[in-house]
Design a protein around this ligand. Structure first.
Ligand code: BMA
Length: 332
């Protein structure tokens, strides 16, 4: 794609494998998948739907580790290469000035977003049902918890990596207390990370006849990537099959200054559950992206996604090709 500009810090050493010669898809899987096994910690039942970012000379992350009591916990981790992870055996203890907000119930599906010199963590936080918890860290050791962004019930809170219209900005997916058989993506802004407003509708599930993998509910995945063609967003979509929910993911482009305006959205999925580790596990048939690393100079992107609610996978692609795919298969 001519003259495409991709924002972000250079990451020439990011995890990467070239497209296999027999692969004709837009994205392909890491040959060493799953990159994080379910039992990396002696106490973990599963490690999936997790967030990683460049940090220092390597990477850091916040991981969803469900323990063997099947409690949903968040753990910090570090890696030199983005592949081999050292995850803290103890869950993160968030510092919070307000006891009521800081009272831990459960947390899952974290995202991590660097804005200026802070790393913001958003996650699905238990507070009379699921809502969006927010915290920041600068070292992945001490985490400062802020107010929940929204009223319950909400999931998939994903911040933008810079302020928009002078405000912090977040995508989210209002939901219910259970396994939510519906869901659209919304956009909200905040001047101070306490008060959120200017809520705007971004995207609804697609009509079944148009794109069935995303016809029941959708939710934003990794932190949006800023490009001259718009914000590139990977998002999951759900199909309600006769055998249960199936989670795939595709891509969309959102307007740079009005991100609630979707420019294009892929009809076909990029990745759907097909490999054994995506089809078999605690929740079969789930591919659920929560983080991406990218290198602006080469256009490479590596997406970390939860597989079958059990392990973590990695998929690769080239941003210009993904943008082209999104525009070519656009269903808007
Ligand atoms: C969603 C979330 C995700 C999970 C998915 C499939 O509602 O709970 O954490 O991966 O269901 O079970």
């Amino acid at each position: 794609m001519k003259n495409l500009v991709i924002q972000g810090t250079e990451l020439p050493e990011m995890p990467w494998e070239e497209r296999p010669s027999d692969c004709r898809e837009t994205m392909w899987r890491y040959s060493g998948n799953p990159v994080i096994p379910r039992n990396l910690l002696p106490t973990s039942n599963s490690i999936f739907n997790s967030a990683v970012v460049p940090f220092g000379s390597g990477y850091a992350g916040v991981f969803r580790c469900d323990d063997t009591n099947r409690r949903m916990r968040l753990h910090a981790g570090f890696s030199k290469n983005g592949i081999d992870w050292d995850i803290a055996p103890e869950p993160i203890r968030f510092d919070c000035e307000d006891e009521e907000i800081g009272n831990w119930v459960y947390g899952y599906d974290p995202r991590v977003c660097k804005i200026e010199d802070r790393y913001y963590v958003t996650w699905c936080n238990g507070y009379h049902g699921p809502t969006i918890g927010v915290a920041w860290t600068s070292d992945f050791k001490t985490f400062h918890q802020l107010e929940n962004a929204f009223l319950p019930y909400n999931r998939n809170g994903v911040m933008f990596p810079r302020k928009i219209n002078g405000n912090f900005a977040m995508l989210s997916r209002p939901s219910d207390t259970g396994h939510t058989p519906f869901g659209d993506i919304f956009y909200s802004e905040s001047p101070d990370l306490v008060y959120w407003g200017r809520h705007r509708h971004v995207m609804a599930p697609a009509p079944f006849e148009v794109s069935a993998w995303q016809c029941m509910k959708i939710g934003a995945g990794p932190i949006p990537i800023e490009t001259s063609e718009g914000w590139l967003v990977f998002y999951h979509g759900v199909l309600h099959s006769c055998n249960g929910y199936v989670y795939s993911f595709g891509s969309a482009l959102l307007d740079l200054e009005k991100p609630w305006k979707a420019i294009a959205r892929s009809g076909p999925y990029l990745i759907s559950p097909q490999k054994d580790y995506e089809c078999m596990g605690d929740v079969p048939n789930v591919t659920f992206p929560c983080a991406a690393l990218h290198d602006p100079a080469t256009g490479r992107v590596a997406v970390y996604y939860g597989c079958a609610d059990t392990v973590t996978g990695l998929a690769f692609g080239y941003i210009p090709e993904i943008i082209e795919f999104t525009k070519k298969t656009n269903i808007i």
